[in-house]
Design a protein around this ligand. Structure first.
Ligand code: NAP
Length: 343
């Protein structure tokens, strides 16, 4: 038997998990790997698991060099010690498997929750036990626990919304900056001041404003998810103002990541391609249903739930992980410009 590791090694690892939020959590599963080659013991008999509070052993295993011993801890049960039966400290524990974030009880703001991706996101978060404050101009269409009129292009409306949301939620953990859209699908010569102001005001200035207003309300756990687009990654013809706006959204997301480095706030941009089941194209073509429907003809586009999957993936990664960006497209779309359609 080699020299056993000092118990402090184990306590050190325990404190790694202690950074978990204090709200109730389901059992934590930890995997302890790379037990020293000469160690052969059975968890139940020769090893004493001495957790605080008491842990239950999910799987007892013969411990060899390649064993993974899985312990299941109660919600608040983080601190633990593992000792050999003779009282010696356990061998070196070199890896503790991190766990997915449980969103239960977290508090979220979702902008543009009255339709499409925002509505689907708000629903999915609520189904996972997240308390959601949703905002949109058409407040009557909001289904969220806390629902208020929000125009992200209007500083007063934005401030009122954030005050009401924080009042209702009692704090903030998640901001999904989703409100946005495009206007027009024509060469830039046909653009107008009004359309450009709407597109930049909503997708860029509004998103920055909401972020700025929400930042003071994040405490020890935060995650900002911005909804970008493939339009923010490569240009296509006839979409200049929207492309400009989504490139800016991505630039802002990168800049925010830099400014927030070291603070407990994660930042992600989720950049989808063509998404059906939204009002995006109807808005883009200013109510022209025929033109809007043609966008999705002969192709199987993404659905809002596909984008929601990406958002939830980023939100639920273990706390030490920041998913910086997710780009998601239909299988038959390779870029904003290139979509394969059935004849
Ligand atoms: P959508 O169904 O039109 O939803 C847009 C949402 O934004 C609506 O809830 C709308 O609500 C809200 N909104 C618009 N202007 C607002 C303002 N000034 N203040 C507050 N809320 C405002 O379209 P969607 O596809 O779900 O769009 C959601 C996001 O996904 C947008 O950022 C969009 O650019 C992005 N995206 C969409 C696609 C796509 O193909 N659908 C692809 C890539 C990215 P009100 O009208 O009630 O205010």
């Amino acid at each position: 038997m080699g020299r056993p590791a000092h118990p402090s090694v184990l306590w050190g690892l325990a404190s790694y998990q202690c950074r978990a939020p204090l709200r109730p959590k389901p059992p934590v599963t930890m995997a302890i790997t790379q037990i020293r080659a000469s160690t052969t013991a059975t968890m139940n008999s020769q090893w004493i698991v001495n957790p605080t509070p008491k842990a239950t052993i999910a799987k007892s295993a013969k411990i060899t060099s390649s064993s993974i011993v899985v312990l299941s801890f109660p919600p608040s049960g983080i601190a633990f010690r593992v000792r050999e039966g003779n009282g010696e400290a356990a061998n070196r524990v070199t890896h503790v498997k991190s766990r997915a974030v449980d969103l239960t009880g977290k508090r979220a703001i979702v902008t543009g929750a009255s339709s499409g991706i925002g509505r689907a996101t708000a629903r999915a978060l609520a189904a996972l036990g997240v308390r959601v404050a949703g905002g949109a101009r058409r407040a009557a269409r909001l289904e969220t626990e806390i629902a208020h009129e929000l125009d992200v292009t209007d500083p007063q409306s934005s401030a009122r919304f954030v005050d009401a949301a924080i009042d209702g939620l009692g704090g903030l953990d998640i901001l999904v900056n989703n409100a946005g859209g495009a206007l027009g699908r024509a060469p830039f010569d046909e653009s107008s001041d009004e359309d450009e102001a709407w597109v930049i005001g909503t997708n860029v200035a509004g998103l920055m404003r909401m972020t700025r207003l929400c930042l003071p309300h994040f405490a020890d756990w935060g995650h900002i998810v911005n909804i970008g687009s493939v339009a923010g990654r490569a240009a296509y013809e006839g979409g200049a103002s929207y492309i400009t706006a989504k490139f800016a959204e991505r630039g802002f997301t990168y800049a925010l990541r830099e400014d927030l480095l070291g603070r407990p706030i994660r930042v992600t941009t989720v950049d989808p391609g063509l998404v059906e089941g939204t009002e995006f194209s109807l808005v883009r073509f200013k109510g022209d249903e025929e033109k809007a429907a043609a966008v999705y003809r002969g192709v199987e586009p993404l659905q809002p739930s596909d984008v929601v999957d990406c958002i939830l993936f980023a939100l639920t990664r273990p706390w030490h992980v920041n998913v910086d960006e997710i780009v998601v497209k239909a299988r038959t779309q390779s870029s904003g410009a290139r979509i394969l359609r059935d004849e």
